[in-house]
Design a binder for this molecule. Structure first.
Ligand code: KG4
Ligand code: ZN
Length: 330
């Protein structure tokens, strides 16, 4: 027969995403509406406009994914919706839609931690992660390194003291006149420049904590002193500095914890430079490289649905689902 599906909903920031995902990570459908144009003039996500755009997009997105399965609700086992962390107005749109659909269709509704969604993203389309694993989550909202004894047992090793890695990409992108989202724009420009500026590598030699605000300020100071310097060289030098730090911490963790897999997730894991670096570490150390397929690196509902499957598989009732053990709770 046909596979059971979970309907996932993600509205924590500026993407309205709805997906239908089977327990083995097969994606039956996913519809994502991004809001790049809406926020383009603001240099960041404008929360009130984000909420309003989610309200407009959420039911059309549900309808589109349901059309992909001929509106057959009998295949839907449960609904999983991001309950945080994120923008409260944005989250509420998804949570309310999820609860309403659950009530109308008589399906259980699971509130899912957004970070847990990211950390399950490498198992989308095919199962990749072998435990124990070392995981680096690098997104716009978070930077954290963790040890995963298994799918649900997460030990935090370190996090950032100030900016996240993605935030530093976005801020540097803004400083050198690139649009949002900053990450992909920086990647592209970085491929054309030279690494001539010796930006700091904050906390590179200290444990598993991160700090990126000094790197950002250092780029700002250079631009004040030399406003006409080559922007592509700034991009290349910045990416080098940022990735040097990530690489050092990843190698340290692989060395100390001897994991089977190295999992790197979150929006910044879409960076080709970071992906190449992770693959190099893995080839060298014999650890399995577990990156999400490029399409599922940034925010999406497929990863949220897959994370919801973990609770359904354990037969947990929606209201008994424990707060995920990540330090950053919703
Ligand atoms: O995971 P995500 O979509 O949303 C959050 O949960 O924050 O991550 C968004 C972040 C942004 O800071 C964006 O600039 C960065 O991920 N990002 C990238 C790339 N694509 C997105 N950074 C570097 N290279 C990319 N290709
Ligand atoms: Zn995210």
């Amino acid at each position: 027969g046909q596979q059971d599906l979970i309907l996932g909903i993600e509205t924590s920031c500026d993407d309205t995403s709805v997906a239908l995902v089977a327990q083995d990570g097969t994606i039956a459908a996913c519809e994502t509406f991004n809001q790049f144009e809406i926020h383009a003039g603001y240099g960041g996500v404008f929360p009130e406009l984000a909420s309003r755009a989610h309200v407009q997009a959420i039911l059309p997105a549900v309808d589109k994914v349901m059309a992909a399965v001929d509106h057959d609700r009998s295949r839907i086992k449960a609904i999983g919706v991001t309950r945080g962390p994120g923008l409260i107005g944005s989250l509420l749109v998804g949570v309310n839609a999820g609860q309403a659909l659950g009530f109308a269709w008589d399906k259980p509704v699971y509130g899912i931690n957004h970070l847990r969604g990211h950390l399950r993203s490498p198992d989308l389309e095919e199962k990749r992660i072998e435990y124990p694993a070392v995981m680096l989550l690098v997104s716009g909202g978070h930077t954290l390194l963790a040890y995963l004894a298994n799918q649900s047992d997460v030990t935090l090793l370190g996090t950032t003291r100030d900016d996240s890695a993605g935030e530093s990409y976005d801020k540097v992108a803004r400083m050198i006149g690139l649009g949002m989202p900053g990450g992909p724009a920086i990647d592209k420009l970085a491929k054309t420049g030279k690494s001539v500026f010796d930006f700091p590598r904050p906390m590179m030699h200290q444990g598993y904590e991160f700090s990126f605000s000094g790197l950002k300020s250092s780029v700002a100071r250079l631009l004040e002193k030399e406003p006409d310097c080559a922007k592509e060289d700034i991009a290349t030098s910045f990416v080098d500095a940022c990735l040097d730090v990530l690489e050092k911490k990843l190698r340290r963790a692989v060395d100390e914890y001897q994991p089977k897999s190295l999992v790197v997730v979150g929006g910044v894991s879409a960076s080709p430079q970071l992906r190449a670096q992770v693959d190099a570490i893995c080839t060298e150390t014999g650890v399995k490289s577990c990156l999400p397929p490029l399409k599922w690196a940034t925010d999406n509902a497929a990863m949220i649905a897959l994370a919801a499957w973990d609770y359904v598989a354990k037969d947990l009732e929606p209201d008994t689902v424990p707060t995920p053990s990540l330090a950053v709770s919703a």
